[in-house]
Each structure stands twice: as structure tokens, then as C-alpha cells.
Design a protein around this ligand. Structure first.
Ligand code: BMA
Length: 313
């Protein structure tokens, strides 16, 4: 039997950004957000410093594949105030959503109190303003939908409890600061490729048939955890309702820089950029060390959620 055609076609020039491309000292370049701004691609990437804590840097591109890093980091932990207290251990895994004329940046803020999510905004990727810390500990992976639904901002998030580990929830807000109405929408499935953990990946993409969400799923092995990517389709008007979750992963660690690195066997996404030709550029960190990119067909990803589906919970 011949191999199936890959769902995500890897860019032939992967990895697209590594620490060798960064003009200040960093040890990794990974888990980046990417958006189109004024016809160009802007990447907000995470880097470990050699003290083990993370900062966020920017890189720009005309084609979405060849990126040039800017000379200075874009976000480092604030020195004082409430952000200083809650992001002292570093800022990680940003996501960006364009809404109401602003780019909304959600990022993991680490401190001795745990990990929570910060919200910052920018209009131009030159200046950035911290707005609020929008979760308590222990939350990660907040992605904001790019449209308001019934007047409310909507996000997917990933709390953690011993009773119900690492599932995806939905929450709503009238003002981006105060969030509530929280409900669980999707759970890991036992003895499945995402049985250990799932978490929101890229901000959802509006398609005619639903919100397409590319998420990550984790499987425990005797050799550590394997991080892969999957897809789910949420109802357009009621995104708490999942229309289908594809039974199989769409991407798994295969290239040498995905299998070996800072943390081995990891593909982890924070960004997917839909294009006018019906494709989507998907960006992922390889082994928590480098940035990679690939392309998929949006219709095919939506079809997978419907035609090859498993229940969300
Ligand atoms: C998760 C997060 C990600 C990371 C992944 C693999 O828990 O910390 O930032 O890419 O682990 O190490």
C-alpha cells in the first residue's frame, strides 16, 4: 500500500528561522505567532535566553517563509508593577488576533505564582501596550476568535485540574478583560494520539462551514511525550458546539529538527494564516528550538473534521 499524501506540505526550506538568524543572544526560536500586517508577514517568536527564561522577538517577511529578525526583542518581562510580578520568569507562546483595528497578543506569563495569560495590544508592531492579565494560574494557550459573536469576545483556553486534565474550554467577555460563561468543549480521548493533553493552537479561522481550529495533542510514551497537531470544526454562531474533530493528526514530528532539539518530538503551533487562494500557512515550533512552516488546503482540513470525525469529548 502506498503512503498517503501529507495533509500539511512542509516548506522545502525548513527550518525557516533559527537562533543563528537572531541578532541578539538567544538559544531557541519557536512557538511563534504570525499575522499579515500591511501586506507583509510579521512573526512574534519565543526565545529562551541562556538563563532558561523566555522573551519574544519580531521578524518580518514578504512571502511568509523568508523572515528577517529585527535588531531588538519586542517583549521582555516588565520590570515592575503587576506585570513585573506575574511575568518575572518569562513570556512565552504568543498568539495574535486582529480585531477592531488592533492586534491582540495573548501570551503565557510565568512567575513564582504559576502561569497565567497576559493580553497586550499593538497597532503597528513598533509599540506594544500591556492591557491586563486575563486568567488566574494555571492557564495556558488562550486563542481569541477574530470576530465578536453576539457582541461578545470569545476565546478558547486550557485550564488544568487533576480530575479533568488538560481539556479545551470556551469563555466569553464583553470587554476583553472580564471573562466568564466558561464551558468545556473538547477533551483528550483515551488511547488516542491526543490522549494525554490537548490545547488550543492557532486562533480559529472563519470558513463557510465553521470555525477551523488547529490544536495540539500529546501522547505519552516510554521516551517522553509526543506533540502533534490536529483539527476541529466549531459552529460559526455557537462555537461552544463542535461539529467534528478529525480522528487523525494532521502533522507529527518527522524532520530531524522536529525530532531532536531542546525538547524532542515536538511540533507546536501558535499560528495559521489563511490565504486568498484557499490555502493556509501553518507555523510550528520544531522540538522547541526552531521555527517551521507548511501549507494545507483549508477545504481539506474542514472535510477531515466532518468526514473522518471522532466525538469531541
Ligand atoms: C508545552 C508548552 C509548550 C512547549 C511544549 C513542548 O507544555 O510548554 O510551550 O512547546 O510543552 O515542550
Amino acid at each position: 500500500m502506498s503512503q498517503r499524501r501529507p495533509i500539511v506540505e512542509r516548506f522545502s526550506g525548513n527550518p525557516i528561522l533559527t537562533k543563528a538568524d537572531i541578532p541578539y543572544p538567544v538559544e531557541t526560536v519557536h512557538n511563534a505567532a504570525v499575522v499579515k500586517h500591511q501586506g507583509r508577514y510579521v512573526m512574534l517568536f519565543r526565545s529562551h535566553r541562556d538563563n532558561g527564561r523566555c522573551i519574544l522577538g519580531l521578524a518580518d517577511s514578504d512571502d511568509g517563509f523568508a523572515f528577517t529578525a529585527r535588531p531588538e526583542p519586542f517583549m521582555v518581562p516588565e520590570p515592575d508593577g503587576v506585570f513585573g510580578e506575574y511575568e518575572a520568569y518569562g513570556v512565552e507562546d504568543p498568539r495574535i488576533t486582529f480585531l477592531d483595528g488592533h492586534y491582540l497578543i495573548t501570551y503565557s506569563a510565568y512567575s513564582r505564582h504559576g502561569v497565567r495569560i497576559g493580553l497586550a495590544t499593538t497597532r503597528d508592531f513598533v509599540t506594544v501596550k500591556r492591557v491586563s492579565l486575563i486568567t488566574q494560574a494555571d492557564m495556558r494557550n488562550v486563542v481569541i476568535f477574530p470576530e465578536r459573536i453576539d457582541g461578545m469576545y470569545v476565546r478558547l483556553d486550557r485550564p488544568h485540574s487533576e480530575i479533568c486534565p488538560w481539556a479545551i474550554w470556551i469563555s466569553y467577555s464583553p470587554d476583553l478583560i472580564h471573562w466568564g460563561g466558561s464551558r468545556l468543549v473538547m477533551k483528550p480521548v483515551q488511547y488516542h494520539w491526543d490522549e494525554m493533553k490537548i490545547g488550543p493552537g492557532a486562533p480559529p479561522i472563519h470558513t463557510e462551514r465553521g470555525w477551523l481550529h488547529i490544536y495540539h495533542g500529546v501522547f505519552p510514551t516510554m521516551d517522553g511525550s509526543v506533540y502533534r497537531l490536529g483539527v476541529a470544526l466549531h459552529d460559526l454562531r455557537d462555537p461552544a458546539n463542535i461539529l467534528g474533530v478529525c480522528d487523525r493528526w494532521i502533522l507529527q514530528p518527522e524532520d530531524p529538527w522536529e525530532v531532536t532539539g531542546y525538547v524532542h518530538n515536538v511540533v507546536f503551533t501558535c499560528a495559521a494564516v489563511p490565504e486568498e487562494d484557499g490555502t493556509v500557512k501553518i507555523y510550528w515550533g520544531g522540538a522547541d528550538k526552531v521555527m517551521c512552516a507548511g501549507t494545507a488546503k483549508i477545504e481539506e482540513l474542514v472535510d477531515l473534521c466532518i468526514d473522518d470525525r471522532r466525538p469531541p469529548c
